[in-house]
Design a protein around this ligand. Structure first.
Ligand code: ISE
Length: 342
């Protein structure tokens, strides 16, 4: 290559062509600069074929090992269900490629620890975990406000995480592992203080929730700096998708995630349109996250939550699920952060 040659695009392999994987294929093809989808990996042939339609020039594989062996990718975006993450992460780490891994890192602390060990053996941080809320513009503004102490010290966070409905695959523990998992990452990041205790409480059951679920739930968290956090986790609320946070300070409050946009007065009512799901609510966050990852990966680094962050969340999820089922408060004990992640 000479100095006048255009820089090569970063070749991304997307593993998992379900809802999130297909969304990322479109995002990288149409919105992200400096990258293209070079491979899509999924054992399900119709799903693979449909994702490949949005990735001109990409090759389909049924196993990640084949894409790595063919030297078809410079980086990998993992969008399979969480229980498959470890088996995709390990060969990618062994091949030394940068990884953006959709949340969670893995589904339990033991497997997350194995991933940490494998990453440390490579000698550099290759994993960024896809906790995309850290890239949401309003979350970023709120974090800056907290850090600046413009309205005083942060005293409390009051969060709500509402889904209209959930798919059949969503089980009782998914309330924590699939949904509250986001708050377990973003709350300590916002407040710059780790979770030291948590408790899950049940309110009256929503009669519209599927038979297998008992929700909404209230999750209480205590942070090391004394901040208390409450979270309404609600997945059958029908009206739309909403994720809000109210921060209470010494001398003021701040709110993010409020419904906004075009207000319509019509047929005797006035209103704003609400999001139907997370792909639109967090579209900017997903775009910014993937762009930041691509740019950082090209420089040989990461630009977001690390595998250690993923491990901490796995520990919080284990305790959260335990409290979900027995209602008892839990304290969170973490091993010392390995020097590699300091
Ligand atoms: C889903 O998997 C997500 O990650 C969404 O962000 C979350 O709001 C939803 O509850 C989960 O099921």
């Amino acid at each position: 290559m000479t100095a006048s040659d255009p820089p090569q695009d970063f070749r991304v392999g997307i593993v998992g062509a379900g809802m999130m994987g297909a969304d990322h294929v479109k995002r990288i093809t149409s919105t992200i600069s400096g990258a293209r989808v070079s491979a899509v990996v999924d054992p399900d042939q119709p799903r693979l074929a449909s994702a490949l339609e949005n990735a001109p020039g990409a090759t389909g594989y049924s196993r990640i090992e084949d894409a790595l062996e063919a030297d078809a990718v410079d980086g990998v975006l993992i969008a399979t269900p969480g229980f498959l993450h470890e088996q995709v992460l390990l060969p990618c780490l062994a091949a030394g490629v940068p990884i953006l891994c959709e949340k969670p890192l893995t589904t339990d602390p033991e497997s997350s620890w194995r991933v940490l060990e494998a990453e440390q053996a490579t000698g550099r941080q290759l994993i960024q975990v896809g906790f995309m809320r850290r890239f949401d513009p309003e979350y970023r503004q709120l974090r800056e406000l907290i850090v600046s102490e413009e309205a005083g010290q942060l005293l409390m966070l009051r969060c709500a995480h509402r889904n209209p409905t959930v798919p059949d695959s969503y089980l009782q523990e998914s309330l924590i592992n699939d949904s509250v998992v986001h708050e377990f990452d973003v709350v300590p990041w916002l407040a710059d203080s780790p979770i030291v205790g948590l408790e899950v409480k049940h309110t009256r059951r929503n009669r519209l929730t599927p038979e297998r679920l008992k929700e909404p739930i209230l999750v209480l968290m205590e942070l090391a700096n004394g901040t208390l956090v409450d979270l309404e986790m609600n997945v059958s609320i029908q009206f739309g998708y909403q994720v809000t946070t109210e921060a209470v300070f010494d001398s003021g409050i701040a709110r993010i995630g409020e419904t906004h946009g075009l207000q319509l007065w019509h047929r005797g009512r006035s209103g704003l349109a609400e999001h139907a799901d997370f792909t639109t609510r967090f579209a900017t966050a997903y775009d910014d996250q993937v762009q930041a990852w691509v740019d950082a990966a090209r420089r040989g680094t990461i630009a977001g939550p690390s595998a250690w962050d993923g491990y901490k969340v796995a520990v919080a999820c284990r305790e959260g699920v335990a409290s979900l089922f027995d209602g008892k408060p839990r304290t969170l004990d973490l091993p010392e952060v390995p020097a590699f992640y300091r």
